[in-house]
Design a protein around this ligand. Structure first.
Ligand SMILES: *[C@@H]1O[C@H](CO)[C@@H](O)[C@H](O)[C@H]1NC(C)=O
Ligand SMILES: *[C@@H]1O[C@H](CO)[C@@H](O)[C@H](O)[C@H]1NC(C)=O
Ligand SMILES: *[C@@H]1O[C@H](CO)[C@@H](O)[C@H](O)[C@H]1NC(C)=O
Ligand SMILES: *[C@@H]1O[C@H](CO)[C@@H](O)[C@H](O)[C@H]1NC(C)=O
Ligand SMILES: *[C@@H]1O[C@H](CO)[C@@H](O)[C@H](O)[C@H]1NC(C)=O
Ligand SMILES: *[C@@H]1O[C@H](CO)[C@@H](O)[C@H](O)[C@H]1NC(C)=O
Ligand SMILES: *[C@@H]1O[C@H](CO)[C@@H](O)[C@H](O)[C@H]1NC(C)=O
Ligand SMILES: *[C@@H]1O[C@H](CO)[C@@H](O)[C@H](O)[C@H]1NC(C)=O
Length: 586
C-alpha cells in the first residue's frame, strides 16, 4: 500500500466526495406513475433512442395502446395494435366477461419491425394467441392482422435467440418455439420454472445477457402479494437457478402508497443504463379506494456484467439514472401525451381522438362526428345491460355499448361536456359516467320519464345512478330545472376529494346554475368485479331496453360538444400531491 501524507488523504477524500456528489447531481428525479391511469402489464423496449410501451386493455377497444417517449417521462399515444374489427372478426361481440379480452402483451423490435404478442381470453374455443406486426408503429393502419396461435397459458413473451429461433414463454412458466409463418407452437412445452412459491407465476420475459438466459416473472397474484422474481440458466431450456434474494421487486407487506408492484419488463437507454416498467396501484396499504386500478411505473435498474439485476423499489418520487433530456417534440405521431388534458369540440371533419375508448368494438354508426358535435346513437342496452328475457343483466354488450370514455389519469380531475338531447320516448337517456365495468359505474343522465301524477305526460329529468362493489348510494331523480331544455346541458364529473366523485349539471348558457345531483364513493369502482381494469370517464346514450333485438326505437340520439378533461392533482404518497401536468389553457 502506498503511504500518503495526511494532506493527500484529505485531498483524496475530498475528490471522492466531489465525484460522489457529481454522480448524485446527475442522477435525475421524477414522479410515478409515468403512465397514470389504467395501464396494467406494461412491456417496453427501446429502439434507436425512442422508448415504446404497450399495456393491457382487456375488452376495451381500440386495444393495446402503443406509447412512445424520447425521455421516459413524456409518453405519447402513437397507435393501437388492435384498432380494426376486421383484425379479429366477431370476437369482441362474443365476449361477455368484463375482464376478458387482451391480456398482458409483450412488445419487441427485430430487423426493422415491431411485434406485439398477446392473447385474447373469454372465447369458448379457448385462448386465442395473437401476434401483430408493424414497420411503422406511429400508424394504426400499419399494424397487421394478427397471426393467430393456440397457447394453453396466458401472458406470452417473445424472444429471439442468437440462432434465430423464436420462443414464447407463458404463464407456468413454460417455453415453446413459435413458427412465425404458421403460428405453430412446438410440443411438448418445456417447464422452465415454477417461481418461488407465490401463486400464478406469470408475465415472463426472457433476456440474454453475458452468457446467461434471465427469466423475469411476476408471481403472488396481481394484488397485494404481487412481486417480481428472477432465475437464470446457461441454456434457454434450463435448468434455471433462482436468485437467492428473490423477490427482486415488491411492495408487499409495506406501508407504501404504491402497492401491487409487479409484472414488469426491463430495457436499456442509449447510455446503456437499465430501466424497468411494472404495474402498481396507488391504494395505500388499506387498499380500499383505487378506481384507476393498476398504473405503469418506471424504476431504475442496476445490472452489472454477470450479476443479477438490482431493481429500485417503487415510490411516487424516484431518483435514478440520468434521464434522457426532455423531448416532447421529438416524438412523431398525432396522439395526445398521456398527461395532456382533453379539449375536444368535435368540430365537423375532425375524427374521434385516439385516447377515447369503447367497451368492445362499437356497432357501426354508433359514434360519428357531425355538424352538431359527437353524435352517439343510443344502444338498447344501458351501461349495465338491460335484461331481455331473464332478470340477470345481459353482459354481452349487444354489439357494443353506446359508451365512449378516456382513462381517469389523475387522482383529482374535472370532466365536463355539453349535451344536446331531445328525446321523444320514455326511457331515452344520455349522460356522463365514471365507468369501470358494466357492473361498476356512476352515472348522471338526462332521461325522459313519465311525469308522476300526471298521466300521459312526460318529463325531462336528471338522474343519478351508481352501482358497484359494496353499497351504492340510492339513485336520485330531479326534474330538469325550467329553461334548461332549450340549450345544451353541461354535465360534470369531479373528484370531490380522493374518495368521492360528485356529479352535477348546469345550463351550458349559465354555468352558475349548477346543481349537484349526486356523489358516490370511488370504492364502488375499486376491485371486486373490476379488479383488473381501471376507471374511464365519458359519455353514453341508451334507450334502456325499449325496441327489439339490438335496435332502439327511432329518436334519442345525443350530441356532445365542448368535452373537457383536466387533471387537478396527482397523489405521490397517501398525503402528498403534486399538480397535474395537463392544465387547460383557453
Ligand atoms: C455523471 O456525470 C459525469 C460527468 O459528466 C460522468 O462522468 C458520470 O459517468 C455521470 N454519472 C452517471 C451515473 O451517469
Ligand atoms: C436512428 O435515428 C437516427 C437519428 O434520428 C436516424 O438517422 C436513423 O436512420 C435511425 N436508424 C434506425 C435504424 O431507425
Ligand atoms: C413445475 O411444476 C410442475 C407441476 O408440479 C412440474 O411438473 C414441473 O416439473 C415443475 N417445473 C420445474 C422446472 O420444476
Ligand atoms: C444513480 O441511480 C442508479 C440507478 O438507480 C443507482 O444505481 C446509483 O447508485 C445512483 N447514483 C447515485 C450517486 O445516487
Ligand atoms: C361497418 O362499416 C365498415 C366500414 O364502413 C364495413 O367495412 C363493415 O363491414 C361494417 N360492419 C358491419 C358489421 O356492418
Ligand atoms: C339498466 O339495466 C339494468 C340491468 O338490467 C336494470 O336493472 C336497470 O333498470 C336499467 N336501468 C334503467 C335506467 O332502466
Ligand atoms: C369527500 O367528498 C364526499 C362527497 O362530497 C363527502 O361526503 C366526504 O365527506 C368527503 N370526504 C372527506 C374526507 O372530506
Ligand atoms: C360481482 O361480484 C359479486 C361478488 O363477488 C358476484 O356475486 C357477482 O356475480 C359479480 N357479478 C358479475 C357480473 O360478475
Amino acid at each position: 500500500m502506498v503511504k500518503l501524507p495526511f494532506g493527500s488523504s484529505v485531498l483524496l477524500g475530498l475528490l471522492v466526495l466531489i465525484s460522489v456528489s457529481l454522480a448524485q447531481s446527475n442522477n435525475s428525479t421524477y414522479n410515478n406513475p409515468v403512465l397514470p391511469g389504467w395501464h396494467s402489464d406494461p412491456s417496453c423496449t427501446q429502439v434507436n433512442g425512442t422508448f415504446f410501451c404497450v399495456t393491457s386493455t382487456f375488452i376495451a377497444f381500440p386495444g393495446l395502446p402503443i406509447y412512445a417517449s424520447k425521455d421516459l417521462i413524456n409518453w405519447k399515444l402513437i397507435s393501437h395494435a388492435w384498432s380494426r374489427e376486421s383484425q379479429l372478426p366477431g370476437i369482441s361481440w362474443r365476449t361477455t366477461g368484463q375482464q376478458e379480452g387482451m391480456f398482458a402483451p409483450t412488445i419487441r423490435y427485430r430487423n426493422g419491425e415491431f411485434f406485439v404478442i398477446c392473447e385474447y381470453l373469454g372465447m369458448s374455443e379457448g385462448i386465442i394467441g395473437v401476434l401483430f406486426r408493424s414497420k411503422n408503429p406511429y400508424s394504426d393502419k400499419d399494424w397487421s392482422d394478427p397471426l393467430r396461435f393456440r397457447p394453453t397459458k396466458i401472458d406470452p413473451d417473445l424472444f429471439w435467440d442468437d440462432d434465430g429461433k423464436v420462443y414464447v414463454a407463458t404463464q407456468g412458466i413454460i417455453l415453446q418455439e413459435l413458427d412465425l409463418k404458421t403460428g405453430k407452437l412446438s410440443e411438448p412445452a418445456i417447464s422452465l420454472w415454477n417461481g418461488t412459491g407465490g401463486v400464478w407465476p406469470e408475465g415472463p420475459h426472457i433476456y440474454k445477457k453475458d452468457g446467461w438466459y434471465y427469466l423475469l416473472i411476476a408471481e403472488g397474484g396481481t394484488a397485494l402479494d404481487h412481486a417480481i422474481t428472477i432465475a437464470r440458466a446457461r441454456k434457454i431450456t434450463g435448468p434455471y437457478e433462482p436468485y437467492a434474494k428473490n423477490p427482486i421487486l415488491t411492495n408487499r407487506r409495506t406501508n407504501e402508497y404504491f402497492q401491487t408492484v409487479g409484472h414488469g419488463d426491463l430495457f436499456q437507454d442509449t447510455n446503456g443504463n437499465w430501466w424497468g416498467m411494472a404495474l402498481a396501484t396507488r391504494s395505500g396499504p388499506e387498499y380500499r379506494n383505487y378506481p384507476m386500478g393498476r398504473e405503469a411505473v418506471l424504476f431504475p435498474v442496476t445490472w452489472n456484467k454477470g450479476e443479477w439485476p438490482i431493481l429500485q423499489p417503487v415510490k411516487g418520487q424516484m431518483s435514478g439514472w440520468p434521464l434522457p433530456p426532455p423531448n416532447r417534440d421529438g416524438v412523431p405521431g398525432d396522439g395526445p401525451f398521456i398527461t395532456d388534458p382533453d379539449v375536444y369540440d368535435f368540430d365537423k371533419g375532425t375524427s374521434i381522438p385516439p385516447n377515447l375508448m369503447f367497451w368492445r368494438v362499437p356497432r357501426n354508426g354508433t359514434f360519428s362526428v357531425t355538424d352538431r358535435g359527437l353524435q352517439i346513437a343510443p344502444s338498447r342496452n344501458n351501461l349495465t345491460g338491460t335484461p331481455f328475457s331473464t332478470r340477470t343483466p345481459e353482459l354481452s354488450g349487444q354489439q357494443g355499448l353506446a359508451f365512449i370514455g378516456r382513462r381517469q389519469t389523475d387522482s383529482l380531475f374535472t370532466f365536463t361536456v355539453d349535451l344536446t338531447f331531445n328525446p321523444t320516448a320514455v326511457g331515452q337517456e344520455a349522460g356522463v359516467t365514471v365507468f369501470l365495468t358494466q357492473v361498476n359505474h356512476i352515472d348522471l343522465g338526462v332521461v325522459l320519464l313519465d311525469k308522476k301524477g300526471a298521466q300521459g305526460s312526460k318529463e325531462l329529468s336528471l338522474r343519478f345512478k351508481a352501482e358497484g362493489t359494496g353499497g351504492p348510494p340510492a339513485s336520485k331523480t330531479i326534474a330538469l330545472p325550467k329553461g334548461w331544455a332549450a340549450g345544451p346541458i353541461r354535465l360534470q364529473i369531479k373528484t370531490a376529494n380522493l374518495t368521492h366523485y360528485s356529479l352535477s349539471a348546469s345550463s351550458a348558457d349559465d354555468p352558475k346554475s349548477s346543481v349537484l345531483v349526486g356523489a358516490a364513493s370511488g370504492a364502488l369502482l375499486s376491485g371486486g368485479n373490476g379488479s383488473f381494469v381501471g376507471s374511464l370517464v365519458g359519455a353514453y346514450a341508451t334507450c334502456n331496453g325499449a325496441g327489439s333485438g339490438v335496435n332502439c326505437p327511432a329518436g334519442g340520439t345525443a350530441y356532445f360538444k365542448r368535452w373537457r378533461y383536466e387533471g387537478d392533482a396527482q397523489f405521490v404518497t397517501a398525503t402528498k400531491s403534486i399538480p397535474s401536468l395537463g392544465k387547460i389553457r383557453e
